[in-house]
Design a protein around this ligand. Structure first.
Ligand code: DGJ
Length: 730
């Protein structure tokens, strides 16, 4: 059993893979305290009381009424609450009907069962009974009549513990929830770094590592989306932890809206990590008898460095989060017309691209923005999901049929959550956009956000989408979202529920994606948000792949894909070869190199294949051959970071090793050539050190130990932005 309760010591011991997580109940007070999180412990001899430091004066709760605050502000509360005297970050803040905000949770009961229950209306990891055990601890504040159920799942064979919380109002009066975070962990130790993922449009998920200073380090989004700027991920690593060694704790929020994560190094140098829905702007009215479920946090522990954490996240998400027919399958190689044509296309243009593409081995045509309403630029028509027959002569079905006749699949772009002020939908229902009455909502990319909290809006938009998807053989949808939320106000929600908009918005979007994938299980859903502003585990529950970034430049992509792969599997990373000079940065890189970088993602093309240079076009069949040859390995294997251009200013390298260690694909990109420089030695990782590996191109053989400990010499490539793939087999 992965979770046990030891009655004598009053501790819960959660064992997940090589990890233990221990929670104690403090005798008289019935507070839940965090005892330990880290490398797996044996069941006996765990000094829980002393690890929680409840016997150290003046922090002893029971014999020290004079200084109870000393206890409250140092005790490692498992789920700290606001108002009682714990002045560090807390997880729960309420407002009761008499205007008070203090809450004090005490242990009531618990249950332990095999398996994992889904979270109501929310994305979450899943597993069979054989794979995990769940603990639910019921706590309550009897004065408020508020019950909190802390939910933990320990995975049997992965170093993963998930957490969420359910709040139930058992009182007779309403309670406002002002802050409900999903997890808290007090880590002991005074030498930690914090790793996080930051960026901007076109520079998503760049890795940042900084020492954890005293005070609070906050990572958050208040944009209504998980955002380009900060990903809902944070890791706390021992300051001497490397890619391969040392302790790392990773936290990832299974949610796509506003989030808040904070690492607080306190006066006594404990490190509290909290994560959950961003409390700014959040207020949820919990009426008597109602339940609120907070989204899930995934916690990964690694004693094998940052790389170990990464590979655990990848295994978890590939096996226990991503769903649908495409989860374990090679995805169709697609050509998307966005960078090829932007809004300037019609049936004939698309068919000419498809004809050329199919002759080269490309498997699907994706028609991006601009096929509906009167949309010839970004100034109108979002919300009018009706085919523009001036552009698509003969309609959608005709186009799809013609593309199908070429042996290709067909995909289409939608931006379901948005409305242009210049649209029939907006003219008919101006109140359907999110706005504050009396204020003109700020536009972004000329568009407003639909009030997805209103079921009528969802019904109308989904109805239009369903009609399009039912009328032709469409097997892929790109779901885009090109602006953040602002001017929060819903015409549909009552005044006392306006603080619920952002979360209800997310629940409605999830509900709609759920409907789409249920009604059309054969459709491959790819999410996108102005590039990669919604790259999070919440989205991965509905779509197995996400567009990484609007920057398709091979060099720009190196750090984006490296940062993304810190947490998210390569099989999820939307990556395409585009034309040069690159539209976003003006850089010219070899077509081959663009291919090597895109091969480590879902792979496809983002160009007008009829207009690229002939010498590039000729390379496409070879790239497609490489995709078919290596994609199973790339999708399923273990990923190792070997070198980072963002750190060394020279080159980037990563490798994917098959689970049975029988083969490895090394991708090497020499970003800048150095004059008068010799070969570059790269040490591989994760191989079988006793095996002999053959370079499939040169026939050279190497021992696994030589490859890992001595390294492989990569001879210099002539010129900047050059790359190569090295395939080694046992
Ligand atoms: C932003 C996306 O990231 C692009 O790929 C493209 O779909 C545009 N939106 C279309 O408006």
């Amino acid at each position: 059993m992965g979770i046990q309760y030891f009655e004598k010591q009053k501790i819960f011991k959660l064992d997940a893979g090589n990890t233990s997580y221990i929670i104690g109940i403090v005798d008289e007070e019935r507070f839940l305290g965090h005892v330990y999180y880290g490398r797996r412990l044996s069941d006996d001899g765990i000094p829980a009381e002393s690890l929680m430091r409840i016997n150290e004066r003046p922090f002893v709760p029971s014999d020290n009424n004079r200084d109870r605050i000393s206890f409250y502000e140092t005790f490692p509360f498992e789920y700290p609450t606001h108002g009682i005297g714990d002045y560090r970050e807390t997880c729960l803040e309420i407002l009761d009907s008499s205007g008070h905000s203090t809450c004090r949770l005490q242990y009531v009961s618990h249950s332990i069962f095999r398996g994992k229950r889904p979270l109501d209306g929310l994305p979450a990891t899943f597993a069979d009974e054989a794979d995990c055990t769940t603990l639910e601890i019921v706590c309550s504040d009897d004065l408020l009549g508020l019950e909190a159920v802390l939910v933990y799942t320990a995975f049997e064979n992965l170093d993963v513990i998930t957490r969420s919380i359910r709040l139930i109002n058992n009182s007779k009066a309403p309670i406002y929830l002002e802050k409900v975070l999903s997890c808290c962990t007090d880590l002991d130790g005074d030498n930690f770094d914090i790793i996080s993922l930051h960026g901007a449009w076109g520079r998503e998920r760049h890795v940042q590592r900084l020492p954890a200073g005293l005070g609070r380090s906050v990572f958050s989004s208040g944009r209504g989306e998980s955002s380009h700027q900060c990903n809902p991920f944070v890791a706390v690593a021992a300051s001497d932890a490397t890619e391969d060694f040392g302790e790392v704790y990773g936290f990832n929020f299974v949610y796509s809206g506003n989030f808040y994560a904070c690492c607080e190094r306190s006066q006594f140098e404990t490190n509290r990590v909290v994560m959950g829905i961003n409390p700014t702007g959040f207020r949820w009215l919990l009426e008597p008898g109602q339940v609120f479920t907070a989204p899930e946090v995934v916690m990964v522990y690694s004693c094998e460095g940052i790389g170990g954490m990464t590979r655990t996240f990848h295994d978890l998400y590939r096996g226990h989060l991503i769903r649908g027919r495409y989860r374990d399958k090679k995805r169709p190689i697609l050509i998307n017309n966005w960078e090829g044509t932007y809004f300037d296309f019609d049936t004939e243009k698309l068919l000419s691209i498809a004809r050329e593409a199919s002759s080269l081995g490309i498997e699907m045509l994706v028609m991006d923005d601009g096929w509906f309403g009167k949309r010839n630029n970004d100034e109108c028509s979002l919300g009018d999901w009706v085919v523009n027959e001036d552009k698509l002569k003969g309609g959608m079905k005709h186009l799809v049929d013609e593309v199908n006749k070429l042996g290709m699949g067909f995909g289409v772009w939608f931006e379901p959550e948005m409305v242009s002020p210049d649209s029939d939908l907006y003219r008919a229902h101006p109140d359907w956009c999110i706005h504050v009455p009396g204020r003109t909502p700020a536009l972004s990319r000329n568009q407003c956000v639909l009030d997805m909290t209103n079921p009528e809006v969802v019904e109308a938009v989904y109805g239009m989408m369903k009609k399009i998807l039912s009328e032709a053989n469409i097997t892929y949808v790109k779901w885009d979202m090109n602006r953040a939320l602002s001017d929060l106000g819903s015409n549909w929600l009552p005044a006392e529920r306006q603080g619920e908009i952002s979360h209800r918005y997310m629940l409605a979007v999830y509900g709609m994606m759920d409907r789409l994938t249920t009604d059309f299980p054969h459709i491959l859903l790819e999410n996108c948000s102005s590039g990669g502003a919604r790259y999070d585990p919440g989205i991965l529950y509905y779509s197995p792949q996400i567009w990484c970034s609007d920057v398709t430049d091979a060099v720009g992509r190196l750090e984006i894909q490296r940062g993304t792969a810190m947490v998210y599997p390569l099989s999820t990373m939307g990556a395409h070869v585009s034309d040069c000079p690159n539209h976003a940065v003006g850089r010219v890189t070899p077509f081959e190199t663009r291919g090597y970088v895109a091969l480590s993602g879902t792979f496809g093309y983002e160009l007008d294949v009829t207009r690229i240079p002939e010498e590039d076009r000729k390379l496409i069949p070879e790239q497609i051959r490489l995709y078919h040859k290596y994609n199973d390995l790339i999708r399923r294997g273990d990923y190792y970071r070997l070198a980072a251009y963002s750190e060394n200013n020279i080159d980037d390298a990563w490798a994917v090793v098959s689970k049975d260690k029988s083969e490895v694909l090394l991708t090497y990109i020499q970003v800048l050539q150095r004059p008068n420089y010799r070969s570059r030695r790269l040490r591989l990782k994760g191989l079988d050190e006793n095996a002999v590996y053959t370079d499939m191109q040169t026939g050279e053989t190497y021992s696994g130990s030589a490859l890992m400990y001595a390294g492989l010499n990569i001879t210099e490539l002539h010129g900047d932005f050059k790359g190569k793939l090295i395939h080694l087999k046992k």
